[in-house]
Design a binder for this molecule. Sequence first.
Ligand code: NAI
Ligand code: PYR
Ligand code: MG
Length: 371
Amino acid sequence: MRIGSPKEIKNHEYRVGLTPESAKELVMQGHEVWIETQAGAGIDANDDQYVAAGAKIVDGPDPIFAECEMVVKVKEPQSVERKKLREGQILYTYLHLAPDADQTKELLDSGVTAIAYETVTGPRGQLPLLKPMSQVAGRMSVQAGASALEKAHGGRGVLLGGVPGVMPGKVVVIGGGVVGFNAAQMAVGLGADVTILDRDPEVLEKVGTHFEARASTRFSNAANLYDAVTNADLVIGAVLIPGAAAPKLVTRDTLRDMQKGAVLVDVAIDQGGCFETSKPTTHADPTYVIDDVVHYCVANMPGAVARTSTYALNNVTLPHALRIARMGWKDALAADPHLAEGLNVHRGEVTYEAVATELGYDYRPTAELLR
Ligand SMILES: NC(=O)C1=CN([C@@H]2O[C@H](COP(=O)(O)OP(=O)(O)OC[C@H]3O[C@@H](n4cnc5c(N)ncnc54)[C@H](O)[C@@H]3O)[C@@H](O)[C@H]2O)C=CC1
Ligand SMILES: CC(=O)C(=O)O
Ligand SMILES: [Mg+2]
């Protein structure tokens, strides 16, 4: 199969779909790999490294979109990229379609077969292709929040760890999954006063057992959320209902009752965000203020630490890429029901139920396509 990776074009996105090492694995299995010139610049992988791996360097994204059977990316295709996608082509990348009606429509119009990293499952129901980026974003969320809490950045002027004789900052993490767990680890490490809310008793048990007295757990209901959020210095939004738009757990009314200069880091923004007042921001301009509350809502947080993130991502995406390249998408999905969960759009039909429900499309089960 001919597989290509263009240079990512989302704001301050420095990751790349295929590392030189991944390109080499594909080439060693007899595939052709095309890489846009400078695609690896953000991770310090130059064109010569890709050539040494057996890949071909092409000028600009057009040859890749025009001639590759599978396009391997990181972020959802941007508008100019979507216009280049073709019927019969495989797109393998993060998509986050539920909160993105425009992208969904254009993917449907293109006829592409789109496999979303974030809905591929693992044997115990987890999301292994989302996990490494959630680890990164969870850890970053505390750094981002700590910085936003500084007065010069609009925050309350609170040092999360406090100092001897002065109380630490209060960090509230909504959602104790991968993002939430990693955020809590960082916040606990800094010495903050940490509370994690989730509605899944097993998650609360796991998190509680791990952190013991170093963090508190609370069941996520409206009353507990209100109490925790309105007393917090930093709130981290880390909920997920796979493939679906994030539930709006912190309303505009609650926001008004928060402390002046408190900070919200809405990591769940890629699924639309879990605060009513969240809207996506970029690394170039990451924060805005509503009701004296600083909002940080960057939808591609891991792009800022592109080297760590690209290698972590390739570790989990490459095995499926190799299988799709070897078997073709249909046989690869038929052989692996977890990979089949990744199919979101195929030849003009929505094949992921939560996306169809959210955006009002007919749902075409993937199993019907694989018969
Ligand atoms: N902004 C960015 O750059 C990035 C964003 N993300 C996003 O972060 C979000 C979280 O991802 P993961 O931690 O991997 O998901 P996860 O599935 O590991 O954890 C989500 C948790 O939310 C909990 N939850 C669901 N509804 C809840 C509610 N009403 N109240 C409290 N908890 C609730 C679930 O029980 C689960 O424990 C996703 O939207 C993901 O796409 C991930 C990486 C980067
Ligand atoms: C998961 C995601 O949205 C990201 O890594 O950018
Ligand atoms: Mg206020």
